[in-house]
Design a protein around this ligand. Structure first.
Ligand code: NAD
Ligand code: UDP
Length: 330
């Protein structure tokens, strides 16, 4: 067991909460930092009272005082397209100033710095699958540029600290990851389809639904994070599941079946610059980290589906209680 301290920026988010749980299990002390812009305190529930966990509500796009640590994990950033498009300036700010602040803090504390980057640095890729050596095909002036360019800047900032100041850094390029605790209203495809399916509402496929994504289950990704963090691998490493590439239309069919088949499938307008195809080349992770995802899509979707179903049930019970109180009935 270690007694080291990790700062997890974005701890109240989907991935941040799973990473925090994993670190606590391994004996780390964790200080979670989050401004709760897209994260939720509900995500902290299973470890909120853990003696080795502390939570600081802070906005990392402003200068804040940070406690010393041996590890700094930077996951603070909106990740879902509707979220980052709702406040593009906040997205750019946390990826630019937030990354600079956390990298500087890690360097001053002598901590290892871990950046959660993204497959969006490849934009709408013309190379398929995408290896880390691909420079990408990003529109710098479009609806996704606050996120894509924000993350590209974050990588460049990390490299600058690494090369000019000797920062000890790791960079994960994460491909579409799903699992329990994703916000039910964040609009990302897996949760959106599951919510629609369980409510018996139409499942909304953007465009014809021929665009593809590759879906990685959260426990696989967190294992990849830890292996990368513990390694001496420099430069970006793709983490994702290449075995699960499928069209969005096919995912809609699978989710409809999984949720009881009551929903219809409808097609709505597709967002500009929405990538056509995405699949990670994970050769580097396989060779250098000995990592590959293990959880099959069927199993991961099943677990995520149960979590979504349970949260929808709780929400509807809470709404019924509120109605009863308003109506004055017991
Ligand atoms: P999420 O929205 O659930 O979590 C992000 C967290 O960051 C939230 O808790 C949010 O409140 C916090 N945050 C945002 N701005 C902040 C600020 N200014 N100060 C402090 N906290 C702030 O998203 P997620 O899926 O957990 O993503 C976590 C990280 O992983 C992000 O950096 C994201 O870009 C990256 N990533 C995720 C995926 C994925 O498929 N889940 C894919 C690629 C990259
Ligand atoms: N998508 C969809 N319906 C939805 C949400 C998303 O068809 O309700 C599509 C979206 O247009 C994209 C894919 O699913 O082609 C993945 O979208 P998501 O927002 O999950 O992630 P990203 O685009 O960042 O990979």
């Amino acid at each position: 067991m270690t007694e080291r301290t990790a700062l997890v920026a974005g701890a109240a988010g989907f991935l941040g909460s799973h990473l925090t749980e994993n670190l606590l299990r391994d004996g780390w002390t964790v200080i979670g930092i989050d401004n709760l812009s897209t994260g939720r305190t509900e995500n902290l529930k299973t470890f909120r009272k853990h003696p080795s966990f502390r939570f600081l509500r802070r906005d990392l796009s402003r200068r804040v005082k940070l406690p010393p640590a041996e590890a700094v994990f930077h996951l603070a950033s909106p990740a879902s397209p509707p979220h980052y498009q709702r406040d593009p300036i906040a997205c750019l700010a946390v990826n630019a100033f937030g990354t600079a602040q956390l990298a500087e803090h890690a360097h001053r504390s002598g901590a290892r710095f871990f950046l959660a980057s993204t497959s969006e640095v490849y934009g709408d890729p013309e190379v398929h699958p995408q290896p880390e050596s691909y420079f990408g095909h990003v529109n710098p002036y479009g609806p996704r540029s606050c996120y894509d360019e924000g993350k590209r800047f974050a990588e460049a900032m990390t490299l600058a600290w690494e090369q000019s100041k000797g920062l000890d850094a790791r960079i994960a390029r994460i491909f579409n990851t799903y699992g329990p605790r994703m916000a039910l209203d964040d609009g990302r495809v897996v949760t959106q389809f599951l919510v629609e399916g369980w409510r018996g509402e139409p499942i909304t496929v953007h465009g014809e639904g021929k665009q593809t994504r590759s879906f990685c289950y959260v426990s696989d990704l967190i294992e990849g994070f830890r292996k990368l963090f513990d390694s001496s691998v420099k430069g970006p490493v793709n983490l994702g599941n290449p075995e699960t590439e499928m069209s969005v239309g096919e995912l809609a069919e699978r989710v409809r079946a999984l949720t009881g088949g009551r929903s219809t499938i409808v097609h709505t307008e597709r967002g500009r610059d929405d990538p056509e195809r995405r699949r990670p080349d994970i050769s580097r992770a396989k060779e250098l980290l000995g990592w590959a995802p293990k959880v099959p899509l069927t199993e991961g979707l099943e677990k995520t589906s149960l979590d979504v179903q349970e949260r929808l049930r709780r929400a509807s019970r809470a709404a019924a209680r509120v109605r009863r109180v308003k109506e004055g009935s017991p």
